[in-house]
Ligand binder design. Structure first.
Ligand code: PEP
Ligand code: MG
Length: 837
């Protein structure tokens, strides 16, 4: 990845320019550094100027993580400081000083770097960044046109047609999304019929397309998956809402295929399938439970007020008064809602009330009306928009608050225009609410109503949607790409534990899912029919889960996914922050075993501070333990924090590493963990390599824990996030069962414990099988403990072994399941959890 250093005379200027650029590509945050100002004077006032030492320090800071660095400078002595910095720096990573305009260049460079561009690409993007402005202000764009036609490849691969559906066309944000989605591919776009064309990786060229709503665009690439991703962005209106009248690019516009090539299954066919009966959309389950009902989509947000309308000077006082009236009206409505709510929902509504009545924001909006003649609505739109952007630029939890600001803005606009409030429709019959994102007011208004579950395209586990949904006990799944394209009225099954949305499910499937979600009490002692103990542990992602797991009787924690504590962080948590987070989990399990997994960042759970912005093949990339190759300190800090947490609490802490493939990796991890003061060290076995080397790996660690989710993914070479490959991502696949048996045998041979912590452990039929294959403990969602415990109490070790052998001998997953059912059937409940991811 390429790093960027912004050299500016002014810290305020440098930071603001970087914040602007990062709005286009927030994932690049860890790749950008600002070197600004020349220190401070005796009073602490910043001195304008540049400092070569600061520039070299910024370069050295980025160097260990970057293949190259592009330096952008504002003016004058910044250039000299940057040149001098090349003499002072300690690192030897290639550095390019870009002769680029500071703001435009920074923006283009950040987007190109986030899209995985090379040093040359990023420098070229920065240098060409002024072309957009030049072209728009009337200067010749002949240079651009010429170079475009020169660079057009002879073979354009597959070709599709899409339609621009969002109101604002391909402006900077959609362009940045396209660049990201097509990173490191040859994807190009052409405006039809004969407009210019552009490489997807070039933000400036994409903007020069001048594509507006309703325009047809041809996209071409030899990479079908990239075509799918970019086509999906167009269909979704780049997340900005779509004109319902604008056709979906693929449905109505014929697909143009290369004459001679075999046409693979096209994106539009798959997408139609994705919305057909029984198909599955995946997201992140943030509030547990099952909800089944027809979809209702959230009412539309207000449209952008016209910026060209000017209020006459003598009417401006009255217009300013309207802002105050609207603010008072909206804040009063929040006050009433807050009074009727309780707990966190009330706090959140109170916060929204304060935003609505914020004197600074009101003053800024009033100033725009007074000085520029903006309408009240336009002034509110601009001021709240700036505030929202600033929150997004701040990242992390601050960025999640941007939704609250947008909600307040929409309510102010509704109050100013007298139109109906955007928001949740009122229904008597049960419904599943689907939205791009939900505001706290929307979510809290669902209390006591007919909504049975929530699905959003955006949002994270700490968003207010998630917090309030948990508080209201509404199952919720967030981050579901394409959710808003599910038509109103279609029945969906929302599984808030698994993060799955099943479209138009069969009645059998609904009955299974509801039964699976019905809790069965657990008395806190896992055992087989002969009384042999089989510890049943819980999988958790933080303190709240741990408390629930302890209440549910879990005998300990078998998997603490530490990465879940830091999903919204853009910078690495400090040792103190980590220690505090780990202690919240350990505190619920005093005297009991807690197996803590070091950060499994990457693949479906990328952490900006640990992973590269783009990886060609993230599931096979630098994820899990492999991150310590690049960032050894991250692992050492985590082990240190964990040792401190273990010292401070009573739990019996064990630590294990994810994504281990070799004996050397296991041995090195064990050394580092023990040096940090952690006595019991293990590894997860979730790659076929580790499974086959289990005997040797168990010589160097104290225990193993089998991650059947990834073991199935890697054994069958099937991405676990793709619903349509669910039949391959199935722990009943005999190849997976045989690997589990090999690991169990290795554990028995050396007398070391082998647990299972993948989803398979929560399946009441698979659980006895896993015991028969050699599992010495099972770890699962705390909701599954009672059901699995009941199944195990009905089977003895010999029938577990017989079922396991019969299943392993089977040639197919269905045969393995049937064989197990033949032997265990009648004693265990009919399995109810869906297999796959
Ligand atoms: C697994 O892979 O089975 C596992 C438990 O880890 P995760 O689901 O977090 O990848
Ligand atoms: Mg895993």
């Amino acid at each position: 990845m390429i790093g960027i250093v912004a050299v500016s005379h002014s810290a305020a200027l440098g930071e603001a320019a970087v914040a602007l650029a990062l709005q286009m590509a927030p994932t690049a945050a860890s790749q950008v550094r600002v070197a600004a100002g020349a220190g401070t004077d005796a009073d602490g006032t910043p001195i304008l100027g540049t400092d070569a030492m600061a520039v070299s320090a910024a370069i050295d800071d980025l160097a260990p993580r970057c293949e190259g660095i592009v330096v952008l400078m504002d003016l004058g002595s910044a250039l000299m400081s940057a040149e001098l910095a090349l003499e002072f720096r300690m690192s030897d990573v290639p550095v390019r000083l870009a002769p680029a305009p500071f703001v435009e260049g920074l923006l283009a460079a950040v987007v190109a770097a986030a899209a995985g561009g090379s040093l040359d690409d990023v420098a070229a993007e920065a240098a060409g960044a002024l072309e957009v402005k030049t072209a728009q202000l009337g200067a010749s764009s002949a240079v651009a046109s010429e170079s475009e036609s020169e660079s057009e490849p002879a073979d354009r691969g597959d070709i599709r047609r899409v339609v621009v559906r969002n109101a604002l066309g391909i402006h900077a944000r959609p362009a940045a999304l396209i660049s990201e989605a097509a990173a490191e591919t040859d994807l190009r776009l052409r405006k039809l019929p004969e407009g210019p064309d552009a490489a997807a990786g070039s933000l400036s060229r994409l903007l020069l397309l001048g594509a507006r709503q309703g325009d047809d665009i041809e996209i071409s690439s030899s990479d079908g998956a990239a075509l799918d991703r970019v086509a999906a962005l167009f269909d979704d209106g780049f997340g900005e809402g779509v004109d319902a009248a604008a056709p979906l690019g693929h449905g109505e516009v014929p697909v143009v295929a290369p004459e001679s090539a075999d046409v693979p299954e096209t994106a539009e066919v798959r997408r139609r399938d994705d919305r057909s009966a029984g198909s599955v959309l995946l997201g992140r389950g943030v509030s547990p439970g099952i909800g089944v009902a027809a979809v209702v989509r959230l009412g539309a947000a207000p449209t952008e007020p016209d910026p060209s309308v000017t209020v006459a000077p003598d009417a401006r006082g009255e217009e300013i008064g309207r802002i105050g009236t609207a603010a008072a009206e909206v804040s009063e409505s929040f006050r009433r809602r807050a009074a009727a709510a309780s707990g966190e929902a009330r706090d959140i509504l109170d916060a929204s009330r304060l935003i609505a009545d914020d004197p600074e924001l009101r003053a800024d909006a009033s100033a725009l009306v007074r000085a520029e003649g903006r309408t009240a609505a336009r002034a509110v739109w601009e001021v709240m928009g700036e505030h929202e952007k600033a929150l997004i630029a701040a990242g992390g939890r601050m960025a999640e608050r941007a939704t609250d600001v947008r909600d307040v803005r929409d309510r102010l606009l509704a109050a100013l225009s007298g139109e109906a409030l955007p928001g949740v429709p009122v229904r008597d019959e049960p419904f599943v609410l689907v939205a791009r994102d939900l505001s706290p007011a929307d979510t809290s208004s669902l209390a006591g109503g007919s909504c049975v579950a929530l699905v959003t395209e955006e949002g994270g586990p700490t968003s207010h949607t998630a917090i309030i949904a948990r508080e209201l006990g509404l199952p919720a799944v967030v981050g579901v790409a394409g959710a808003t394209t599910i038509a109103d009225g279609i029945t969906v099954l929302v599984d808030g534990d698994a993060g799955r949305i099943e479209i138009d499910p069969s009645s059998v499937r609904v009955a299974e899912a509801v039964a699976a979600a019905t809790p069965v009490a657990f008395d806190g002692r896992g055992m087989l029919a002969d009384g042999r103990a089989l510890p049943l542990l819980a999988n958790v992602g933080g303190g709240e889960d741990a408390a629930l797991a302890a209440d549910a009787g879990a005998e300990g924690i078998g998997l603490f996914r530490t990465e879940f504590c830091f999903l919204s962080r853009t910078d690495a948590p400090s040792i103190d922050e980590q220690t505090a987070a780990y202690r919240t989990v350990l505190a619920s399990f005093g005297g009991k075993k807690v197996v803590v997994r070091t950060l499994d960042a990457g693949s479906d759970k990328p952490l900006p501070f640990a992973n590269a912005a783009q990886e060609e093949n993230p599931a096979l990339g630098v994820r899990g333990l492999r991150i310590s190759r690049r960032a050894p300190r991250l692992l050492d800090d985590q082990l240190r924090a964990l040792a401190l947490a273990a010292e401070a609490e009573d739990a019996q802490v064990e630590v294990m590493a994810p994504m281990v493939a070799t004996v050397d990796e296991a041995a090195e991890f064990a050394d580092r963990a023990r040096s940090a003061g952690l006595a019991r060290v293990g590894v997860m076995i979730e790659t076929p390599s580790a499974a086959l080397l289990a005997a040797e790996i168990l010589e160097v660690v104290d225990f193993a824990s089998i991650g059947t989710n990834d073991l199935a993914q890697y054994t069958l070479a099937a991405d676990r996030l793709i619903g349509e490959l669910g039949d391959l991502n199935d722990p009943w696949q005999p190849a997976v069962l045989r690997l589990v048996r090999a690991i169990g045998e290795a554990g028995r041979a050396v007398g070391k414990p082998v647990g299972v912590c993948g989803e398979a452990a929560s399946d009441a039929l698979l659980a006895p099988m896993l015991v028969g294959l050699g599992a010495t403990s099972l770890s699962m969602s705390y909701r599954a403990l009672g059901r699995v415990a009941a199944a195990l109490r009905r089977v003895d070790p010999s029938s577990c072994r017989a079922a396991a052998e019969a299943a392993c001998a089977a040639p197919r997953a269905a045969d393995a399941r049937a064989a197990a059912l033949r032997i265990l059937g009648g004693r265990v409940p009919v399995p109810v959890t869906a297999s796959g991811s």
